[in-house]
Design a protein around this ligand. Sequence first.
Ligand code: MN
Length: 192
Amino acid sequence: MDTPNRHLADTLRNLRRQRQWSLDAAAARTGVSKAMLGQIERGESSPTVATLWKIAGGFETSLSSLLVPTPPACSEPEVRRAADLRRSPAEGEMLVAPLFPFDERLGFEVFELTLPAGYVRRSAPHEPGVTEHVLVVAGCMAVCIGDRWHALAPSEAIRFAADQPHGYRNDGDSPAVFHNLIHYPRQWGRAD
Ligand code: MN
């Protein structure tokens, strides 16, 4: 099993144990099938970002905590390099780099996301209270909030309540790169 799958398998099993949820209960809370959850816990599946979001929402935890270990609470300043962190969950086309994984003291995480030319991604609503900030670094892209697309150039940014349908689109012919700061409701991600 590769390292991300191992981390996800261990994290999901620990979350279920903390909450004392059966696979059936976890399936009901997350909307992910019992069979799929079992495969993930055995490291037999590399779920899509959409599936990871369902799991994060159902367990009221962050997306990044499913991808990488939580950083130590009192760590020294450290240069984080997206180039070393980028990967594509489930062999999707979007590259995801957890620049600052979720920290429960701060309530947010920061990703760098890279969309290839022509890429369109639709995301289901996240849980109430989840707020996304999109800060464009490179390329020519648009963000859909509800049913309206907003065009964004480099150095432009937009913030929105992510408990509604939303999406991201690369309108250019080169990769679009943006930072996504996701803020979670209070108490999320805290150990019970
Ligand atoms: Mn989203």
